[in-house]
Design a protein around this ligand. Structure first.
Ligand code: AMP
Ligand code: ZN
Length: 497
């Protein structure tokens, strides 16, 4: 916890030292998926960013309560106040109950998160499970004069909110007049006093299937209000960090700030963090643009834009190599390079975890190794503290890897390095690679015995000079994405880089 973590706060537009309200506890809320379809790789990028934040804050000693919701109602097509509910629409198309749609895609989401080693949150609330809280919040906003009913829908009153000291637009930096000019054309929404007012409760038309009784008739909650109710219920009326994709900054998060202030008189969030978009040829990856990849397409290579299959950890490495606030463009070249990079780290993990490190009794280590390792370890912390610079952290890990490889290749002797330096090397390398960056070896644990057995056979055949058998075993390894490393001092296997 002595680490001064700095995070870029969208609200203040600068990097700030992170000071939790109630250390060592940290409240983190991230907008979860709208479960009407399979998650695409762009969605994965955002959840991976906040997984890395969750992991790092935990690594440096914070006790993080991580709330990531499931949006299972109220998110309308086009993210606006009009149009069909995304889930209701899919239910009609597939002739299923809305809750069947929700269950199917929630299951898929969980599976994909696990495949990418994205940790589950501490609480995963659903919008439909918090109807009471949302209706209460709407009642309160009406009672305060900050919301009004119109034809069975309830809208948040931006003009009154601003008149009473609110600052709608402060997160996104949008000027109210500009916003009005942008929206007037699309207007015609005569239910609203001001076209910028947003729905906190929507009246359900007769054909709308997802509906709940309320004091304003049958309806459903507004998408923005859901996150306000779920975040504050589990994290309090003011909490530390709120995250989501950059595209949620406006209007979704802007509306959350307005609602939070209106309900409690306090800014709901101290640090707003936004992860940038995964793009394809410069365009945001999205389902509606038809340029999205499903993770399964990536794992099989089965997509016209993919030159080969890529494993989950390769994709994770690819994403971590860019800074979360920069856009990241999908490319086969970058993914192929990521595959090499990831395999190198994975080989390092395997070696350093299984290394028999024997220091000769009475030997005196060369202190420069310890100093170098300490410097690289500090570099890893410094990079992560600098608004989660995962790319630089990876660069330091590769420098640590050089030492691991020198030990492995017998170019460096354990006695020269010393036990203390080795322990620090191993703990830093494994800790940052696995715990912080969430990169692990991709292998079937049960297969290890088989691989080791094959390697023993290889050694025997080599002694017997049965070279056809030796070649056969080599090609078996290759087919598994592995190579046999025939070194002077030992024979071993490794992930093919
Ligand atoms: P949704 O399921 O549409 O509500 O999106 C879930 C999360 O994925 C949100 O935080 C979005 O901002 C994020 N997201 C959507 N598209 C992309 C993209 N192309 N790159 C990164 N994040 C995205
Ligand atoms: Zn949200």
């Amino acid at each position: 916890m002595s680490q001064p973590v700095k995070l870029y706060n969208t609200l203040t537009r600068r990097k700030e030292p992170f000071e939790p309200i109630n250390p060592p506890y940290v409240g983190l809320y991230v907008c979860g998926p709208t479960v009407y379809n399979y998650v695409h790789l762009g969605n994965v990028r955002t959840f991976l960013t906040f997984d890395t934040l969750f992991r790092y804050l935990t690594y440096v000693g914070y006790k993080v309560r991580y709330v990531r919701n499931i949006t299972d109602v109220g998110h309308l097509v086009g993210d606006s106040d009009e149009g069909e509910d995304k889930i209701g629409r899919m239910a009609k198309l597939e002739k299923l109950e809305p809750m069947e749609i929700v269950q199917r895609y929630t299951n898929d989401f969980h599976q994909i998160m696990e495949i990418f080693n994205i940790l589950p949150p501490s609480v995963e609330p659903t919008a439909t499970g918090h109807m009471v809280e949302q209706i209460e919040a709407v009642k309160k906003l009406i009672a305060q004069g900050l919301a009004y009913e119109s034809n069975g829908s309830v809208y948040f009153d931006i003009n009154t909110y601003n008149r009473e000291g609110g600052n709608y637009g402060k997160l996104s930096g949008r000027i109210l007049d500009d916003l009005l000019n942008e929206t007037r054309e699309l207007d015609g929404q005569s239910e609203k006093r001001n076209p910028l007012d947003f729905a906190i409760w929507k009246n359900a038309s007769p054909e709308h299937i997802m509906r709940w009784p309320s004091p304003w008739g049958d309806g459903f909650p507004g998408w923005h209000l859901e996150c306000t109710c779920m975040s504050t219920k589990y994290l309090g009326s003011q909490f530390d960090i709120h995250g989501g994709g950059m595209d949620l900054k406006f209007p979704h998060h802007e509306c959350e700030i307005a609602q939070g202030n209106a309900l409690t008189g306090k800014d709901p969030v101290r640090y707003w963090m936004h992860s940038n978009m995964l793009t394809v040829n410069g365009q945001k990856m999205s389902k509606s643009l038809g340029n999205s990849f499903l993770p399964t397409e990536l794992f099989t290579g089965n997509h016209p834009l993919l030159e080969q299959a890529y494993s989950p950890m390769t994709v994770r490495f690819f994403m971590l190599q860019s800074h979360y606030r920069s856009t990241l463009d999908f490319s086969n070249e970058a993914l192929k390079a990521a595959q090499k990079g990831y395999k190198r780290l994975a080989n390092g993990l395997r070696i350093v975890k299984s290394m028999a490190f024997i220091v000769e009794e009475g030997s005196v280590p060369d202190e420069t190794h310890l100093a170098e390792i300490q410097k690289l370890r500090q570099g890893c912390f410094d990079a992560m503290n600098d608004d989660l610079n995962t790319a630089i952290t990876i660069a330091h890990l590769f420098n640590l890897l050089k030492k691991i490889n020198q030990l492995y290749m017998n170019q460096l002797q354990p006695s020269a390095v010393g036990q203390e330096a080795f322990n620090l090397l191993r703990d830093t390398f494994v800790g940052f690679t696995e715990d912080v960056l969430g990169l692990h070896e991709e292998r079937n644990e049960n297969g290890d015995a088989l691989i080791d057995g094959m390697l023993d056979l290889y050694k025997e055949y080599k002694v017997q000079k049965q070279y056809d058998k030796v070649d056969q075993i080599r090609s078996y390894f290759k087919a598994q994405g592995l190579v046999i490393k025939d070194m002077k001092h030992r024979i071993d296997w490794a992930y093919e880089e």
